[in-house]
Design a protein around this ligand. Sequence first.
Ligand code: ADP
Length: 392
Amino acid sequence: MNTISADESNGYILIVDDQPNNLRLLSTTLTNAGYKVKNAISAQMALVGIQAALPELILLDIMMPDLNGYELCQQLKASPETQNIPVIFLSALDDEDSKLKAFEFGGVDYITKPFQVKEVLARVQNQLTIVRQQQKLAQQNIQLQQLNVELARSNKDLEEFAYIASHDLRSPLQTMKAFAYLLDQKYQGLLDNKADRYITRIVQATNRMEQLIQDLLNYSRVGTNTIQFKQTDCNKVVAEVLINLQAAINVSGAVITYDKLPIVRGNATQLEQLFQNLIGNGIKFRRPDIPVEVKISVEERKKNVSLSSSSIQESEERSEWLFGIHDNGIGIEPQYFDRIFQVFQRLHTIEEYPGTGIGLAIAKKIVDRHQGEIWLESSLDLGTTFYFTIPV
Ligand code: ADP
């Protein structure tokens, strides 16, 4: 089906009325105002006209022989092709029931005869503005969806590349590491000091590369679809994390406290990794001479979620868990808040604080996978709080 093209300022309007005088008057008024107008003297003729070209707006008389305005409107609303064309009813019936019925049958507005020219023009313009805005929104929605698909595809490609590259790099790296270790063990002291230092540097570099590859592999694995989601007790998850971090806790003397945590729908391994990265950072980025404290808080809160599938803006209230990992460490300056969630982005040298710069990127990906959000608040030399949400 075609659409008659109309200028940006105008629109194509179909007028349906069985009284030729009314048709003529309306048609002249709207044509003079710059609209493209087609007339139909009956509902049947209107259907033929709509078949030929979809109007942007229909002005529809109610009382017509055979098919009346209500019935025609009902037919149009039942067809996917015509259901979005706004219908303004025209009628000499000025009672409340007739007007209500017009809206029940799918009309968007109602004009009472005899017409006031200015009123007709204002109502027509109003509906056309709404139509155009809806069309624009729908268009933008389609573009956004396409962009999303492309983004997801390129992310997936990147993940696959990271997975393959890191997987395949492991084997030659193991060989290098093994021979560097042998050199270190067998020839320590037999070569000169310089050679010993070089060997030590090779061993250190291979260890670091191994850590980087391992973290990159972890990062690319977060996105795989094979991961199972089930009811997971966060108390157990954090208890496990504290065992894993025991060495760091002992060295730093950190005191870790946590509220009673909820059971959430998630993947236990990923949640463990998430808590471990955030608590681990809270311990690692500590201030010297300040007793390390890391506190895990949680609260349930309501959130308004907009339902994007509908062209009309609708929203729904949902509950989510808001977790907070609070530390009293070195803090982060606000200009780095976004950057640190990207892969390999670090604010310190390895000598100052060890690490690969992948921990927060993994944390973000895990939270994304759990349909939550992650962000932080921080003050330099006071501490940092990482917040993340998980739907209830
Ligand atoms: P890594 O810890 O391996 O460096 P992350 O991705 O976990 O990598 O963190 C990225 C950077 O963000 C860190 O290098 C550090 O500069 C900063 N950062 C993360 N967590 C904290 C924290 N709790 N306090 C201060 N700085 C932090």
